[in-house]
Every structure is written in C-alpha cells, then in structure tokens.
Design a protein around this ligand. Sequence first.
Ligand code: NDP
Length: 297
Amino acid sequence: MSAEIIDGKKVAELVRTRVREDVAEWVGKGNRAPFLKVILVGDDPASRVYIGAKTRACEDVGIETSTEILQDTISAKELKDVIRMYNTDDAVDGILVQLPLPSHLSSHDVIETINHKKDVDGFHPMNVGRLALDQPCFRSCTPAGVMELFKYYSIAVKAKHAVVVGASNIVGSPMATMLSRENSSGKATTTICHKYTRDLTLHTINADILIVAAGQPHLIKAEMVKEGAVVIDVGINRVADETSEKGYKLIGDVDFESVRKKASWITPVPGGVGPMTVAMLMKNTLLAAKQSIYPTD
Ligand code: NDP
C-alpha cells in the first residue's frame, strides 16, 4: 500500500481564496477591512519568520495587519496595558501575541488578558472552555486546520479511534477536544498521549487516525502504525542537512518514507499541516471582524 498524500498547500489555498472573497464582499458592503494586531515581545528570529508568513497571508486575503514589537525587558503590567488598549480599540478585530514569550512573562496570564472576542489564536480560557462544551468559539488554528483537511478529503472521523501524540495547549489538547467533542465534525473515540505515556506503540498501533504533535523528529515509525491508518504529522523539526544550501531541512514527527507504505492517507512535512495554520488564522480574523462567534447584543 502507498498512502494518498494530503495536500495542505492546496487546501490552505482554497481556504484563503474563500476568505479573500468573503473579505471583498464584507468590504463591498461598506465595512472596513478586518484588522489583525500582532504583538511580538523581543526579537526571536523564528517568531519573526512566523509573523512574516502571517503578514503576507493577511496582505494576500485583504486583511490589514500591523506588528507591534516590544522590548524583551517589558514588564507583565506594561505588556498587559498594551493588550488592554487594543482590547477596547474598535479598529482592532483580532489580537495575536506571538509565542513563546520571554521567560519572565507568563503566557497564561498574558493570553487571559486578551479580549476573548478578539482571541483569533483560540488560546483564551473562554475559547478553550467553549471548545470543550462544543459551543461556538475561536478554535486553535493548527488543530482546526487538521479538521479542515479531514473535511476536504471526506475522511470520516465519527466513531473512529483517534490517537493524538502530544498534549500541548496549542496543538495536542485542542486537537483531542475537537476530535472527541465536536458534534458536527468529531465524535471519534480519542486517546491522548504525552511524555508519561508508558507504551506509545500500544496506543498508536490501534489508531484509525493518528495525529502526531510531539516535536520529536521521526518519533513514529512504520511498526507503530496500523495498516490503513490516516496519519497526520503536525511536527516541524529542523535537522542538519549538509546537502541543502541552508544547512538544514525540515522533517516531521513521522518517518514519512516508511509510514507511507502502511497508511491510507498521510500529510507530508513541509506542505501538510503547516500551511493550514496560517489559513485558519485568516478565517478566524474574518470571523472576529464580522463578530460571527460573539455577536454584540
Ligand atoms: P510542545 O513542546 O509544547 O508539546 C509537545 C507535546 O508532545 C507535549 O504534550 C509532550 O508531552 C509531548 N511529547 C513530547 N515527546 C513525546 C514522546 N516521546 N512521546 C509522547 N509525547 C511526547 O510542542 P507543540 O505542541 O507546540 O508543537 C508540537 C510540534 O508541532 C512541534 O514540532 C512544532 O514545531 C509543531 N507545530 C507545528 C505547527 C504547524 O503549523 N504545523 C503549529 C504548532 C506547532 P508533555 O505534555 O508530557 O510534555
């Protein structure tokens, strides 16, 4: 067997096209363009790369954006005051604080300061809680992108056994919540694994749908995967590669070449889940501008 490739680049482009058309229609009705405010604390090069990709995506779909760069010595109070200013600014629809933050700042505390109605990353406890209740909310972009891939490729989730490897607040946990809780697109029997999981293979080998977000290069080998499984690789790991001009290459958490021979569907890295994350951020920002999730009463 050789798995069908799930083309995240293609699906992300379709999502972005839809957002671009919806933004044009929204603006055509006399509304201002959606506006995303990005806050970067410090000067982490990787964060700059991610923000660059988000900025280009905004420009591509007609969303306005600007990035505020703050000193990495900023106090928690000063940062929260900046966020509060944008919370009440009617010209700002979405607020995104780029993670990770410098170690003296608590990301929980900072995220909780964001107005949940502008939390387009879907990290605020109000959105996380509403996700768990299967209520309308801003859904974390990466797992929402995975659910969108299932929808596009008509991959059935309901009643399947889904196993998520990784339990972070931004990927693994909301992924497991969407798969298990969402009435419209989820309802899988879901297992979530983390570093303390005793025998990872015991779980992965039983997965109809295996989603890996552990940040461990090639953690998942063919012998850990059930024949015919759907395998989604969220991991992005930079490993040294002398043959590449950059001196490195990006690989996933799944050993693609061996696993593709057993799986029915598989995402590549790069070109799988990655492009979906930014596309879903665009979708969330438009929803924020339209106040679709939290209508004003
Ligand atoms: P974190 O480091 O925050 O979380 C990793 C999770 O994996 C933790 O829950 C950890 O367990 C678990 N884990 C680590 N090692 C193992 C192991 N050997 N067995 C089982 N579980 C393990 O990472 P993120 O969730 O932020 O990201 C995960 C990966 O996804 C990274 O490679 C990241 O670059 C990538 N990523 C990709 C995105 C995209 O757009 N495609 C977006 C965001 C992330 P514990 O909880 O016990 O520590």
